[in-house]
Design a protein around this ligand. Structure first.
Ligand SMILES: Cc1ncc(COP(=O)(O)O)c(C=O)c1O
Length: 397
């Protein structure tokens, strides 16, 4: 057999998908694994959205779709930006894709040349670094502190920017930390970015509606850098539609056109049925998202209380998304019999084997002293998971 490309040998497998696969395999063998490794709301898609998809099938939405997305969906996305974010976009600035992940991939491939630097405030979402590598760019992680709720400061950003910097990419609310930037914090970052008009910013707002601060802010609201910002969003998290695979991007027309060109050679337009469902989701308001948010907030408080009782877990209080990202280095060097924990990956495997709880090591998020705990599951399962973790961790000394 011939050899595989250098590209693939440099690419890491998605750590979150790997842990979920492992826990599914253990479940299939009859073990009761609590899977807290995936970033997925545990709610079903709301009924009116499912009805829209059924109607689309009956109305024969079965043909190729326009590469950039149906025109009415792009218009609905513009209306959403106006209504919810106070931002004016035209349909020519919107590209609908097969999930927000594809929107990010399109944007990075459109902007980054081989050898360009991309600043990633760390912890960052797992796929950012790998997508940058696929574009042959260099991910440049900038470490943030738990004491600053994992947010990059303007001074850190200024220091990280070099003539090779092409793009800055971050999420707010953030996966994996749950941190949410305030309007003032974004304004201060925008002031730095405005001094570097050659740089783009990718603002990943996929967790927009899972935000406990009362308001979502987009860095695109800062007029001075408006032409530098690409917003990525989608229906996966806000409308419990992860499997429907619809995301979208809003940005300068030239970037949107480049994304359309790439997508036209890779996947073509996103699924017709899913786009009709997304149209129903986006144009019918956020009541389902607000209901889910209430549950997530209750669960956040529950897991903070339960994990907070475990000695050695250093926690902050996240303001959005559905993750905790505790610092767990106090367990490094500890043992249970012959088993020694040297790093976060080994701690995750230890918890999978001894507590039957599946979590993700922080390494893939650029934070090797942390683990990610997703609380997108029932209160009962979360309570059970915390109890099992407490018992297994107490056996380490
Ligand atoms: C920060 C962030 N961005 C983008 C995505 C991808 O979303 P989608 O499922 O729509 O591709 C995820 C999914 O986990 C995410 O956490």
């Amino acid at each position: 057999m011939g050899s595989l490309s250098g590209r693939i040998s440099h690419l890491s497998e998605s750590e979150t998908l790997k842990m979920s696969k492992l826990s599914r395999e253990l479940n299939a063998k009859g073990f009761d694994v609590i899977n807290l490794s995936l970033g997925e709301p545990d709610f079903p898609t709301p009924t009116h959205i499912k009805e829209a998809a059924k109607k689309a099938i009956d109305e024969n939405y079965s043909y190729y779709t326009p590469v950039a997305g149906y025109q009415d969906l792009r218009e609905a996305v513009c209306a959403k930006f106006k209504r919810e974010n106070g931002l004016s976009y035209s349909p020519a600035e919107i590209i609908v894709s097969t999930g927000a992940k594809q929107s990010i991939y399109n944007a990075v491939l459109s902007i980054v040349n081989p050898g360009d630097d991309v600043i990633l405030p760390a912890p960052y979402w797992v796929s950012y670094a790998e997508i940058v590598r696929m574009a042959e760019g260099n991910p440049v992680p900038v470490k943030t502190a738990i004491g600053n709720d994992f947010k990059i400061t303007p001074a850190q950003l200024e220091k990280a920017i070099t003539p090779r910097t092409r793009l800055i990419m971050f999420s707010s609310p953030c996966n994996p930390t749950g941190s949410v930037y305030s309007a003032d914090e974004l304004k201060d970052l925008a002031a730095v970015i405005s001094m570097h008009p050659e740089i783009f910013v990718l603002s990943d707002e996929i967790y927009e509606h899972i935000n406990f601060t009362g308001s979502h802010n987009s860095i695109a609201s800062n007029d001075a850098i408006r032409g530098q910002v690409i917003i990525v969003n989608g229906v996966s998290k806000s409308f419990a539609m992860t499997g429907w695979r619809i995301g979208y991007l809003a940005g300068p027309v030239a970037v949107a056109a480049a994304c359309e060109k790439i997508q036209g050679q890779v996947t073509s337009g996103a699924s017709s049925i899913s786009q009709r469902a997304a149209l129903a989701a986006i144009s019918s308001g956020n009541a389902p998202a607000l209901e889910m948010r209430k549950s997530f907030l209750r669960r956040r408080d529950l897991v903070i209380r339960l994990l907070g009782e475990i000695p050695g877990m250093n926690l902050n209080i996240p303001q959005g998304a559905f993750y905790l990202f505790p610092e767990i280095s106090s367990f490094f060097g500890k043992r249970n019999g012959n088993e020694k924990i040297n790093n976060a990956g080994e701690l995750c495997m230890y918890l999978l084997n001894h507590a039957r709880v599946s979590l993700v090591a922080g390494d893939a998020f650029g934070a090797p002293e942390h683990i990610r705990f997703s609380y997108a599951t029932s209160d009962e399962r979360l309570t059970e998971a915390a109890a099992r973790m407490q018992k297994a961790l107490a056996e380490l000394s």
